[in-house]
Design a protein around this ligand. Structure first.
Ligand SMILES: *[C@@H]1O[C@H](CO)[C@@H](O)[C@H](O)[C@H]1NC(C)=O
Ligand SMILES: *[C@@H]1O[C@H](CO)[C@@H](O)[C@H](O)[C@H]1NC(C)=O
Ligand SMILES: *[C@@H]1O[C@H](CO)[C@@H](O)[C@H](O)[C@H]1NC(C)=O
Ligand SMILES: *[C@@H]1O[C@H](CO)[C@@H](O)[C@H](O)[C@H]1NC(C)=O
Ligand SMILES: *[C@@H]1O[C@H](CO)[C@@H](O)[C@H](O)[C@H]1NC(C)=O
Ligand SMILES: *[C@@H]1O[C@H](CO)[C@@H](O)[C@H](O)[C@H]1NC(C)=O
Ligand SMILES: *[C@@H]1O[C@H](CO)[C@@H](O)[C@H](O)[C@H]1NC(C)=O
Ligand SMILES: *[C@@H]1O[C@H](CO)[C@@H](O)[C@H](O)[C@H]1NC(C)=O
Ligand SMILES: *[C@@H]1O[C@H](CO)[C@@H](O)[C@H](O)[C@H]1NC(C)=O
Ligand SMILES: *[C@@H]1O[C@H](CO)[C@@H](O)[C@H](O)[C@H]1NC(C)=O
Ligand SMILES: *[C@@H]1O[C@H](CO)[C@@H](O)[C@H](O)[C@H]1NC(C)=O
Ligand SMILES: *[C@@H]1O[C@H](CO)[C@@H](O)[C@H](O)[C@H]1NC(C)=O
Length: 821
């Protein structure tokens, strides 16, 4: 027997065995209650309800989790969030007085659906395949008395509502778990604006807002501050409002997708989809993007550092209040003082010295500062000293401010951050003399021996001089290893920013030999030094006229930078999308850029030792040299960033429209994902606009759909051309580009051409057939029979032409393959 078949039979047997053990049904009725390890399973097996134990906790809760398809237990709803039980055998979930009620070990009701029903004995609770637990008056009743979708906990499932009851001002909201082992309500919540506007807020402790979706735009069907929703083809959001309530709900365009929104313990709202292939959840989107944007994530006297792990640390002089909570990523308790302040009211010090202030540079200051009038820093300091509740002060161009009590939402910024401020943190004097801190060695040396200090100073100067004067070392042939200081001075301390992206910002710089460079500061690299160098030197060996050349790199601790040739004409988006007619790229240039980009990608896919998938093809990543020759940038970064890449990618603004559907569908991503993105970009070459751009009447006008319909209806392709070109383009080339684009964005990746084939089509070596309209662009009938996308050109036969047959060719009819243009 085929081992896979055997395994699936075993799995099937296990599941049927399991459901026999449980009630074998989806219903809790007057006759059927739930206790111990019994569960009920929805009719299609999608969801299970029963007792569960989160992580290593010994507490038990009634919850709903995904059924057989999702192999990691993933809880989507919890009944008794705050009141766990210990012994499930003697606890019971049952119908009682017309409600579904959970009784604890001593038969005391600890949770109830709490409706005042007619207490009919026919009331049943049914777990539906949508994950909704519905209380009904009799199994055939259609109106639910109560349903779990209306009472979400931390997860928002399709069909669920995040609502505001306008009569009572009560919200149905998502509240995060306290930590991974405790489903009790945490500090972070997603809710509708209680003021009645149609936007979502994420709040801390139900009070402080740190993220908003922006208002719902009914016409575009997006939230205004979530523009990446524009090209979303997974979720169908809708907003409803009347005098009694308003709510958002959503459905999935493809009901087979397994997907959920979670208010996570990280304080971020996360959208995840289940990857069938790798059997794991794929984070598709999250907000706020940066962990440290979550208000007070690290708790009182905690400090958040973006980019480094762990995110949270205690300020100096403080330690974790609850190490076990911190171990579970629950930082909300924050930190507490290690040594008590000496401050006494009336400034009569009984013992010890007055408190001192620790200078903490480059921080984002906590909120709730109290402004104080002070003309000097010492006056500011003494104001703080006189108040025993004052914990810190700041004095800069904004004047003097002091903080009373806890410091919340403090953030440690990078050394070169431009918006960093200095905080003076009050600590007991003894914290400064203790040698257990980082500066201990230097303090000790200063106290001990002046000559040692001198040696240190001289050594420091020598090191500094060495770093600023010595040239970068060449490694692996042409690749240069730069010191951080070299790049700091080359870029005038990172002063001229060329752009920013998901991987980090790019700065212009000049080397001593006056060659101009672009320096990319990488973010979120969690790779070891050796692996980083290996990857970088691999990228360094890839050279092609249509690829941006990597000149060198810098790797000092967490500082990872890449040094590229500078491209004087910047990125393609600036040339393609602008209003000035005189600067519009001519059709000829556009065609050359399309061809050059295809050649660069074909080289990455087919000519390198290992196929390199770019993963982020978009106009921003196509750079133009002085002659407007295109160069693909940022290749190889996918591997460099590693597993986190899809997170970076999918949370990036302006990337979504170019992402192939397989990024979320779970099948492994291949080079054909780049082909898809390239196709999306080709449409923009034609229209001179973003595919996602709105037309004047406010409706989303999705250009690829328009292009596909014009082509298949044999309408005039010149109507598709960027109006800035006044129709100045050969119709044949225009039609060729449109067809290639449409082939490239086929839903089924096996139907998409390879980049090498795209090059040949654009070179005129191959002719291209009329493409079928991809499912997501479909506006006309089903054209699925046209599955062969080219025939060899009769005009330009080439013996090197690969003979291509689509793997979908079993459906192909030979008569459709002769439709050459
Ligand atoms: C409950 O059980 C009793 C007796 O076993 C039966 O008469 C009744 O129909 C059952 N009710 C339900 C709702 O299944
Ligand atoms: C359920 O609990 C019973 C009694 O404790 C035990 O015998 C049985 O093995 C358990 N079943 C499973 C699937 O854990
Ligand atoms: C439970 O604890 C063990 C050891 O302490 C640990 O390895 C494991 O990851 C924990 N499991 C969960 C789900 O936290
Ligand atoms: C059951 O709940 C009641 C009320 O909350 C509580 O007093 C009692 O101690 C609980 N029983 C057990 C065994 O925990
Ligand atoms: C049910 O209602 C009672 C009284 O109105 C309240 O004390 C209790 O907390 C409610 N329980 C739940 C689970 O909402
Ligand atoms: C519910 O509907 C089923 C099938 O439609 C029917 O057989 C059954 O008798 C109905 N039950 C009640 C209580 O009406
Ligand atoms: C609900 O909130 C709105 C706006 O905050 C307020 O005007 C209104 O009076 C509140 N209604 C109730 C019933 O509390
Ligand atoms: C959250 O707010 C409540 C009052 O609404 C307050 O008692 C509590 O201390 C706050 N929690 C934190 C962690 O500050
Ligand atoms: C999206 O949802 C709305 C409201 O539920 C519905 O009317 C509409 O048909 C849905 N659109 C699609 C394409 O499923
Ligand atoms: C709002 O609630 C009132 C009272 O429950 C009801 O009469 C009215 O029909 C409701 N309005 C809508 C639009 O459902
Ligand atoms: C927290 O984790 C650290 C290291 O993982 C461990 O040494 C420590 O015992 C843990 N503390 C608690 C209270 O769980
Ligand atoms: C500070 O001094 C005033 C008057 O000298 C006295 O009334 C007050 O109790 C003192 N406060 C403390 C905390 O000792």
């Amino acid at each position: 027997m085929d081992p896979w078949l055997k395994l699936s039979v075993l799995v099937f047997m296990w599941f049927s065995f399991n459901s026999q053990l449980s009630l074998g049904a989806d219903t809790i009725s007057a006759n059927r209650s739930l206790s111990g390890n019994q569960t009920i399973v929805s009719s299609g097996g999608n969801f299970v309800l029963g007792f569960f134990k989160p992580g290593n906790s010994s507490n038990q809760y009634i919850g709903i989790w995904y059924g057989n398809k999702v192999t990691q237990q993933t809880v989507v709803w919890v009944a008794n969030r705050e009141i766990p039980v210990r012994d499930t055998q003697s606890s019971e979930l049952k119908i009682s007085d017309g409600n579904l009620v959970l009784f604890n070990e001593s038969k005391v009701p600890i949770w109830s659906t709490n409706i005042s029903s007619s207490s009919s004995s026919s009331v049943v609770a049914v777990l539906e395949d949508s994950g909704n637990l519905v209380l009904r008056d009799g199994p055939n009743s259609t109106t639910p008395l109560w349903q779990s979708l209306d009472h979400p906990t931390h997860t928002w499932l399709p069909g669920g509502k995040i609502s505001l009851n306008k009569r009572t001002n009560q919200s149905q909201l998502l509240i995060s778990w306290k930590n991974s082992e405790d489903p009790a309500p945490g500090l972070f919540s997603l809710e509708l604006d209680p003021e009645g506007t149609n936007q979502y807020l994420i709040l801390w402790n139900r009070t402080i807002q740190y993220w908003t979706s922006g208002a719902w735009d009914e016409q575009a069907r997006i939230f205004t501050l979530v523009p990446e929703m524009r090209l979303n083809y997974i979720y169908n959001f809708s907003f409803y409002s009347d005098e009694n309530e308003s709510y958002f709900t959503y459905s999935l365009y493809n009901p087979d997708t397994i997907s959920r929104f979670v208010m996570d313990i990280s304080g971020q709202i996360k959208q995840l989809s289940w990857l069938e292939g790798s059997k794991e959840w794929n984070l598709f989107w999250s907000q706020p993007r940066q962990q440290c944007q979550v208000y007070a994530y690290c708790g009182a006297f905690g400090s958040c550092t973006e980019g480094g792990l762990p995110f949270c640390n205690c300020l100096r002089g403080f330690h974790q209040k609850s190490q076990s909570a911190w171990n579970l990523s629950d930082f909300s308790d924050g930190c507490e003082r290690t040594t008590k302040l000496q401050c006494k009211e009336n400034r009569t010090l009984t013992n010890g010295k007055p408190d001192k202030f620790l200078t903490s540079p480059n921080v984002k200051l906590p909120q709730n500062a109290q402004p104080v009038t002070a003309t000097s820093i010492s006056e500011c300091e003494s104001t703080c000293l006189q108040n025993c509740s004052c914990t810190a002060y700041a004095y800069d161009s904004d004047g003097c401010r002091i903080w009373i009590g806890q410091l919340l939402d403090l953030q440690q910024l990078a050394d070169d951050a431009s918006d960093g401020k200095t905080l003076y943190l009050r600590l007991a004097a003894s914290e400064f003399s203790s040698s257990s801190n980082n500066n201990g060695i230097i303090i000790g040396a200063a106290a001990g021996s002046v000559s040692l200090v001198l040696v240190l100073v001289i050594f420091g100067i020598w090191r500094w001089r060495r770093r600023t004067t010595i040239n970068p070392k060449a490694v692996d042939g042409s690749l240069l290893a730069f010191g951080y200081r070299d790049l700091q001075s080359a870029t005038k301390n990172f002063s001229e920013k060329l752009g920013g992206g998901g991987f980090g910002s790019v700065f212009k710089g000049t080397l001593p030999d006056s060659s101009v460079i672009a320096v990319k500061q990488l973010e979120s690299i969690n790779q070891g030094e050796k692996q980083f160098r290996t990857e970088v030197s691999t990228i360094g060996t890839i050279q092609h006229v249509n690829l941006v050349r990597l000149r060198g790199f810098c790797s000092e601790g967490i500082r990872k930078l890449l040094v590229y040739d500078y491209m004087p004409n910047g990125s393609l988006d600036a040339h393609l999308f602008h209003e000035e007619k005189s600067k519009a790229l001519t059709w000829k240039t556009r065609y050359q850029i399309a061809l050059g980009t295809a050649r660069g990608l074909a080289y990455l896919h087919e000519k390198c030792r290992d196929c390199i998938i770019h993963c982020d093809i978009k106009p921003e990543n196509i750079l133009l040299d002085a002659e407007l020759c295109p160069k693909v940038a940022d290749f190889g970064l996918a591997k460099l960033i590693g597993r986190d890449f899809s997170r970076v990618l999918t949370t990036m603004r302006g990337t979504r429209g170019y992402l192939a559907p397989e990024w979320i569908s779970g099948v492994p991503v291949t080079a054909k994902a780049d082909v898809y993105s390239y196709g999306m970009m080709l449409f923009e070459f034609v229209s001179g606009r973003r595919n996602s751009e709105q037309s004047e009447d406010g409706k989303v006008r999705f250009f690829p759909t328009l292009a596909a319909s014009v082509m298949t209806q044999d309408d005039d392709v010149l109507t598709l051309l960027d109006p800035q070109l006044n129709g100045d383009a050969p119709e044949e080339e225009l039609s060729r580009i449109c067809k290639v684009a449409c082939w490239c964005v086929q839903d089924d990746e096996t139907r998409r051409p390879s980049m090498g084939q795209v090059v040949q089509i654009l070179e005129g070596v191959l002719d291209v057939n009329l493409p079928p309209i991809p499912r997501f662009l479909q506006v006309l009938g089903d054209n699925s029979e046209h599955v062969v996308f080219f025939t060899e050109s009769s005009s330009n036969q080439s013996s090197q032409t690969p003979s291509y047959t689509s793997t979908a060719s079993s459906q192909a009819k030979s008569n459709t393959s002769s439709m050459s243009s």
